[in-house]
Ligand binder design. Sequence first.
Ligand SMILES: C[S@@+](CC[C@H](N)C(=O)[O-])C[C@H]1O[C@@H](n2cnc3c(N)ncnc32)[C@H](O)[C@@H]1O
Length: 220
Amino acid sequence: MKRDFIQLVQQGYDQVARDYLAWREEEPLLFRAELQDLAARLHPDAAVLDAGCGAGVPFTLWLSAKFSVTGIDLSAEQISLARQRVPRAIFQHQDMTALDLAPRVFDAITCFYSLIHVPRDQHARVLANFNRVLKPRGYLLVITGNNDLNEDVDNFFGAEMYWSHFDRATSLQTPALACGASVLRDAGFEIMWDRIVADRPSGSHVLALARKIKDPKGSR
Ligand SMILES: C[S@@+](CC[C@H](N)C(=O)[O-])C[C@H]1O[C@@H](n2cnc3c(N)ncnc32)[C@H](O)[C@@H]1O
């Protein structure tokens, strides 16, 4: 029988939330330039969704100093920590694979290191739902995979954890690489830029800024 990986991830983050936060708090703010690039494109009272916000440190916190921010996360423990640490933001305990938010509300969505915990056969649906809750021409700043990884279950801060993602070309297929379909494009986004980010202690992901330009493929 196929395992319920969403439940595995939820239980894993409930278990390791405090250790993950301690690790995050040690780090300098990652992606400062990219966050500033996004912020410069938004008006001061913009509504931003941080999807898979964790304990809100550092990204939700940084965003909440500038914008009206909603954070969602699968882990109740993460949400509880985030409410303590980021009082200016609103938090909801939600699974991004079953997003329950009104359409066309957000000017931007950020999604750091969380889509990569969702089974990749659900990435298209998650991205289509991100499209749905974004206003027209809204932005998505997202971390996705650099390499092809169908399914990986491994130890993470002492808990069992799951990862799944496509490689860079399948997710993005930027015009510089080739023309054609990609998971993000099919979900109605154009890619503004993307770059490979090296991660501690090893490995790499892709950080991309995309913009909603149409409805997701097959939505009509
Ligand atoms: C690696 S942490 C990243 C947290 C924060 N974005 C950061 O970069 O520090 C991944 C987070 O994504 C959340 N997550 C994973 N799958 C999710 C899902 N289906 N819906 C909502 N959140 C999810 C986890 O609970 C966890 O808090």
